[in-house]
Design a protein around this ligand. Structure first.
Ligand SMILES: [Zn+2]
Length: 463
């Protein structure tokens, strides 16, 4: 007797597709064989003609965070419904540290919020924005408690979020000493501030000046500078939302010099260019870093195929049309961020795998195996294997769909990929054996997500 059976699907195991039945008991994958058709179960999904994937992990989201006098539109509840709808069963979000609040207190507050709202499993990276040295002793304890990843910004000085170079050196050393991982938003603040102020002074406020104010050179410089510090500290580094060829080259150069450096990119750098900012509603597309040129996107796709980029995550941080309009089309006053969780897997599958830019095996590494390994979750997540959490996604490749904001159960009332063709549909999403999405509709309980902690520390980059 099983709690759940998924029968007759083509199951994506590491390295091969196999026609298998999956039996789930007490939230874990309990059987993986070709012949469970006669077994009994409380819930049976017939996946004939469909693919079955491990639940995907979005290792970079921002549910309900303050930005430019407003809040990102999705809270943990609506954002995790949208994520499940798109085949994501785990999100890794970030703490929000108020000035004067310790790292640990910020974690408790954010975890409380997620606990009350989140429909899927979640982890939290610890933001380092108020870097009072008094909080430093908490780092070792947080890592021991399984909160092993931290996040800092080399820009946003005006918002009080930037890490000073001396603090970066100090905290990278501390994190490295305890075996943790620092994630970095890498844009050189001086280059960005200079360009932004020059554009504002000249009255150049149209959305395209968002891109002109945050050049690729600022990303490359920040990566080089931080990699040098990480190398000296003997600490690994994880670069979030890599957007440019120049940034990629800086990352690869650091890796060649011996820095352990993980690279993450996002769908919007692969599927859109800065041309979006010149549309009539170009200000809706403002996100940081900005989208770049077609050549940059091509370089990132190539790096995905070559295995140089480790993860694709969304940086999910949606705003409604009303919020996007609140800045009067001035790039510097428009809240920056895009929705992404609902479309991450469908778009990567369509424009990556179906368009033969990356293999299916590579997609599974980028969206499941690598985030699980890097963030210490591989003992439970990231693959379809006996004993692991029954986080499963059923995908019907026989139906062609189009992205439609109205169908996505999140808070955003628009989508940057509206009407873009998708070569399939998530029919079922299962989280620890519990069906959250059935026939494309959210059917899960109000609160289901568990707070995840890392069981193992990040290991060295395989290259
Ligand atoms: Zn982000």
């Amino acid at each position: 007797m099983f709690d759940l059976l998924i029968l007759n699907g083509l199951v994506a195991l590491p390295g091969e597709l196999a026609r298998l039945d999956i039996g789930v008991r007490e939230g874990k994958i309990a059987a993986l064989t070709p012949n469970l058709g006669d077994a009994a179960a409380a819930y049976i999904i017939d996946a004939t003609g469909q693919l079955v994937f491990p639940g995907f992990i979005d290792c970079h989201t921002h549910m309900g965070i303050p930005i430019k006098d407003t809040w990102s539109a999705d809270d943990f509840a609506s954002g995790s419904r949208a994520a499940a709808w798109g085949g994501i069963t785990t999100i890794l979000d970030f703490t929000v540290q108020a000035p004067g609040q310790s790292y640990h207190n910020a974690l408790l507050e954010r975890r409380g919020r997620a606990q009350r709202q989140c429909h899927i499993d979640y982890g939290l990276h610890v933001n380092l924005t108020d870097n009072n040295p008094a909080w430093q002793p908490e780092i070792g304890q947080l890592i021991a408690d399984g909160f092993t990843s931290f996040k800092a910004f080399t820009t946003y000085r005006e918002a009080g979020m930037m890490i000073e170079p001396a603090d970066l050196r100090r905290l990278l050393g501390e994190i490295g000493r305890h075996g943790g991982l620092l994630m970095l938003h890498a844009e050189d603040d001086e280059l960005v501030s200079q360009a932004t102020q020059a554009n504002q002074a000249a009255g150049r406020l149209a959305p395209i000046y968002h891109a002109r104010s945050r050049p690729a050179a600022a990303e490359a410089k920040a990566i080089r500078d931080a990699a040098a510090v990480a190398r000296e500290a003997g600490a690994p580094l994880y670069i979030v939302h890599l957007s440019s060829q120049a940034g990629l080259e800086a990352g690869l150069e650091a890796r060649a010099k011996g820095t352990t450096i993980y690279l993450e990119t996002c769908p919007h750098y692969l599927l859109m260019t800065e041309g979006m900012f010149e549309r009539p509603n170009g200000h809706w597309y403002i996100t940081t870093p900005p989208m770049r040129t077609a050549a940059d996107a091509e370089a990132l796709w190539q790096a995905l195929a070559d295995g140089h980029i480790d993860t694709v995550a969304t940086d999910h941080c949606p705003f409604t049309i009303a919020q996007k309009e609140s800045g009067g089309q001035d790039f510097s006053r428009t809240p920056n961020g895009l929705p992404g969780v609902a479309t991450l897997f469908p778009l990567l599958y369509t424009y990556g795998v179906q368009d033969e830019r990356i293999s299916l095996a590579r997609l599974l590494e980028l969206l499941a195996e690598n985030p699980a390994r890097i963030f210490g979750l591989a003992q439970r997540k990231g693959q379809i294997a006996l004993g692991l959490d029954a986080d499963l996604v059923v995908w019907d490749e026989r139906v062609m769909t189009k992205v439609n904001a109205a169908e996505i159960p999140g808070a955003a009332d628009w989508n940057p990929y509206q009407n873009v063709v998708v070569g399939g549909k998530v029919t079922f999403t299962v989280s620890r054996g519990r069906v959250l999405i059935a026939k494309g509709q959210f059917v899960g309980p109000d609160v289901w997500g568990e707070c995840l902690t890392a069981a193992s520390l990040p290991s060295a980059h395989p290259e």
